[in-house]
Ligand binder design. Structure first.
Ligand code: MG
Length: 376
């Protein structure tokens, strides 16, 4: 007779309970199942402020700190770590995250492996708060990976050797500072340039005066006219730029689609495509998508977005906010499936409390620590 899963676990439990450890080896997984009976998950969180190494300017604003929320889910003596990064212009704050996370009741679940149920519940609490949701998602992935004693890239079956090079971002600045930043970034094989102000060509020429490495360009919705934007993209194409992110404001759907159709370079939707549902709506508007954990509620949905994007023949760039090595290491677990990566967030801050994924010789380099890959 076929044994169902429940009976199998019960039999397994009885066997283990009734046998000496010397005769029947007990896997750490089985031990966790037995030990955790009756355990509850406990979520805790605390605000933290990231201090940036340089003032960071993009088309829409300038800042030198980024507010984040650090989360922990504790279960049966094991802790999973998570993070919400909330650059002010995206509408979340430590106050909104506190209000949201105070509503999350994980004690109603007694099995952390029920990730779909748990994270669907978290998503259903409010329609916004994507970064706060991501902080729960990341901590739960870290916890479950630790219970399985495996990093997520392995659980998903991804090939660690296929991680991409990451870009390193050069913010908008004076020519002197830009040249200095480019020299400091000599390790990187690709640099990302923030455009969308009135000195775009000057930024590119300044960088080209010190390096020939390929560039990527992010206009952050800063261009307003489709013809001028296309002229700029044609010019960038001559300057060894690999792709352009979000040329026009996200509301200009037809104009963004026109640029994609006429552009010699891939055009990626970033601000336009936050979540899985946006990807379906925008599949004919852009060549590719920028997937970020903080936009899409975390690793679970990001993984689905990458699969869906590839099924649409879209390119995937895995991006980040300014974040600690916690959220960056979490995103990096998915990076073997990305065409491009911009995972430099932790390198831009002075006070990273975590150690995880490292950029080595410009490449995203995964650790073999379990969960999201943090050194404990
Ligand atoms: Mg972008």
């Amino acid at each position: 007779m076929k044994q169902n899963r429940k009976d199998f676990l019960k039999t397994g439990g009885l066997l283990v309970a009734g046998a000496s450890a010397a005769t029947i080896p007990v896997s750490s997984f089985a031990k966790n199942i037995i030990k955790s009976r009756g355990s509850k998950m406990k979520l805790s969180f605390k605000p933290y402020t990231l201090e940036l190494k340089h003032v960071f300017t993009v088309a829409v604003n300038s800042r030198k700190t980024t507010p984040v929320m650090l989360t922990e889910i504790e279960y049966d003596g094991i802790k999973g770590y998570g993070e919400a990064s909330m650059p002010p212009y995206l509408g979340e704050s430590q106050e909104t995250a506190t209000a949201f996370l105070s509503k999350v009741d994980l004690e109603q679940f007694d099995d952390p492996f029920q990730m779909e149920n748990i994270l669907s519940y978290v998503d259903s609490i409010d329609s916004k708060n994507t970064a706060a949701k991501a902080s729960v998602d990341i901590a739960l992935h870290d916890l479950v990976g630790k219970l399985l004693n495996q990093p997520w890239y392995k659980i998903w079956g991804y090939d660690k050797s296929k991680t991409p090079d990451t870009t390193f971002t050069i913010g908008i600045d004076t020519a002197e500072v830009v040249r200095q930043k480019v020299k400091e970034a000599a390790e990187f094989k690709v640099l990302k340039v923030k455009l969308g102000k009135d000195n775009d060509k000057e930024m590119i020429e300044t960088i080209r005066s010190v390096t020939d490495v390929p560039l990527t360009a992010d206009a952050n919705q800063g261009w307003k006219d489709k013809h001028q934007a296309l002229d700029m993209i044609n010019w960038l194409n001559e300057k060894n730029v690999l792709y352009v992110e979000q040329p026009l404001p996200k509301e200009m759907i037809e104009e963004n689609a026109w640029i994609t159709q006429n552009s010699p370079l891939p055009i990626l939707g970033d601000e336009s495509i936050q979540r899985l549902g946006d990807l379906i709506k925008m599949k004919d508007v852009y060549t590719g998508v920028v997937v970020k954990l903080m936009k899409c509620t975390g690793m679970r949905e990001a993984n689905k977005m990458i699969s869906l994007a590839h099924s649409f023949n879209m390119k995937v760039m895995l991006g980040c906010m300014t974040e600690t090595s916690c959220a960056i290491s979490a995103a990096s677990q998915l990076s073997p499936m990305a065409d491009w990566a911009d995972l430099d967030g932790a390198l831009l801050i002075k006070n990273d409390p975590f150690e995880g994924m490292k950029v080595i010789d410009g490449k995203v380099t995964l650790t073999d620590y379990p969960g999201i890959g943090l050194k404990s």
